[in-house]
Design a protein around this ligand. Structure first.
Ligand SMILES: C[S@@+](CC[C@H](N)C(=O)[O-])C[C@H]1O[C@@H](n2cnc3c(N)ncnc32)[C@H](O)[C@@H]1O
Length: 458
């Protein structure tokens, strides 16, 4: 049995609620004992350890979809540890903060969800102004979890900063996962200025926006209209709207439209957009010196990745966790991105592009089913029109501990109806004890090209 002596008057409202929850939880009228240091000095973790029953694991972290800057975190820790929290310091500390904390409360902790949320809200306010808990599993195709609001205001529109880019989003309407930040920037670090990228499942743009900041030309698509709305908004906020062409359709249709050669069949709306974008005096990708240089740079970057211990070839290396070397590599890229933050990409807009003649990378981040979409890449590229080297495909997938990379490779080869040379598996993160997310990268095999001459002969 215990009771809490609340030291700070300005937190009394929250403390009353916590106190009430405690009384309900413990089924008691009076909560005895004094925590003499006072509620206002204790961390959420410490308080929860005190108030949750013995044996219950205290949620040690929650995902906040808004990040502190590193400076903010350090500052916050110092302030907490020396117990000198003045209002002014809090305000300075929270400058880069937003407001939604996302909890994933396990079944055994559900009876305590309100008290947990109240303590987290209380101890992180005003940085955190809404505390939500994920309910059930994600079943909808837009991959948007359902949330219940446990504390604070009912407002899920917020802003996130990732490596110098700003992302506005409605957490209740679109997919967002802060834990993929490192992966977003790792993949973008493989792209070079002038590369053409097809982002088939773009979401609100965590691959597309930093890539455009680098000077890549992006065709970004998502089936969720709300994602596309925020993708466009984010392209404007980050001043890269000249470099991003957004589409709202099924990923297969998107790729078919993008790669259809004008004049060969009826143009669809999105194809018209791509055609308009390609001006008449366009320079073919493989005739430009810069483009050729970029092409070999991509090879080098990918080779660097193959050599880097954070990226593993099935044939040569075993699965490993992301290395510090990899971190440094991405960090370097991130600092360049930060420098560009909020500056319009220089030059007279992007160079003209004909995607049916050349693109460099395809990003497929829909791990639950991206492999099933690989068949749409077979017979899509016309041999007759294609210029330069074949594109890299980056297909995200989940691999269970009972499954192997060889199994994924064989599934992908079946879908493409072609053999994949030198596949690269990069372990992104563990999503469950027996399941990890991987990025499976490979060059589109030559056999996937559509050869009209052969069609004709047959
Ligand atoms: C896992 S999220 C990834 C979003 C983003 N690339 C990121 O890293 O945050 C997958 C996205 O694919 C979209 N999606 C699902 N099915 C789709 C389809 N058939 N065609 C296009 N987009 C689809 C969802 O709306 C969602 O935004």
């Amino acid at each position: 049995m215990f009771f809490i002596c609340f030291a700070s008057a300005d937190l009394s409202d929250i403390q009353d609620k916590v106190y009430d929850s405690l009384k309900q939880l413990c089924n008691i009228d009076v909560v005895p004992y004094t925590l003499t240091l006072g509620y206002s000095y204790w961390s959420a973790d410490h308080i929860l350890k005190q108030i949750l029953p013995d044996g219950v694991e205290v949620p040690s972290s929650f995902e906040t979809i808004v990040k502190y800057t590193k400076l903010g975190w350090c500052f916050h820790s110092v302030v907490c540890s020396i117990f000198c929290v003045t209002l002014l310091l809090i305000v300075i500390c929270m400058v880069h903060a937003g407001h939604v904390a996302h909890l994933n409360i396990s079944d055994d902790l559900l009876p305590y969800k309100d008290v947990i949320a109240k303590v987290i809200y209380d101890k992180n306010y005003p940085r955190i102004q809404t505390v939500v808990n994920k309910v059930g599993t994600i079943t909808n195709e837009f991959r948007v979890p359902k949330f219940e609001i446990l504390a604070g205001k009912n407002d899920m529109v917020t802003e996130v900063k990732q490596y110098g880019a700003t992302f506005k989003l409605d957490y209740g309407l679109v997919y967002w996962n802060s834990r993929l930040e490192h992966e977003h920037i790792r993949l973008v670090s493989l792209f070079k200025k002038g590369d053409v990228i097809c982002d088939m499942f773009a979401g609100i743009g965590p691959f597309s926006i930093p890539a455009a900041q680098k000077g890549c030309i992006i065709y970004a698509n998502d089936l969720n209209p709300d994602s596309v709305h925020y993708l466009r908004t984010n392209a404007q906020i980050n001043k890269v709207d000249d470099y991003i062409f957004t589409h709202n359709m099924d990923a297969r249709v998107f790729m078919q439209n993008l790669l259809r050669v004008p004049g060969s069949e009826t143009k669809l709306e999105s194809q018209v957009e791509a055609v308009n974008y390609s001006s008449e005096d366009m320079v073919p990708a493989n005739e430009s010196l810069t483009s050729n240089e970029n092409r070999s740079d991509v090879q080098e970057s990918c080779q660097k990745c193959i050599n880097d211990s954070s990226v593993i070839s099935t044939t040569t290396k075993r699965r490993q966790e992301t290395s510090n070397e990899g971190d440094a590599y991405c960090q370097e890229d991130a600092s360049q991105t930060k420098k560009r933050n909020n500056k319009r990409v220089k030059g007279s807009g992007p160079p003209p592009v004909k995607p049916w003649e050349h693109f460099d990378h395809v990003v497929m981040n829909l791990p639950a089913s991206a492999l099933q979409f690989l068949d749409c890449l077979s017979g899509l590229v016309h041999k007759k029109y294609w210029k330069g080297s074949l594109p890299w495909i980056h297909c995200y997938c989940f691999i269970r501990s009972s499954e192997s990379e060889e199994l994924i490779l064989s599934e992908a080869q079946n879908k493409l109806n072609a053999k994949i040379a030198e596949p690269i598996f990069h372990r992104v993160r563990d999503v469950a004890p027996n399941k990890a997310m991987f990025c499976f990268s490979f060059r589109l095999p030559m056999e996937c090209l559509k050869d009209e001459t052969e069609d004709h002969i047959q």
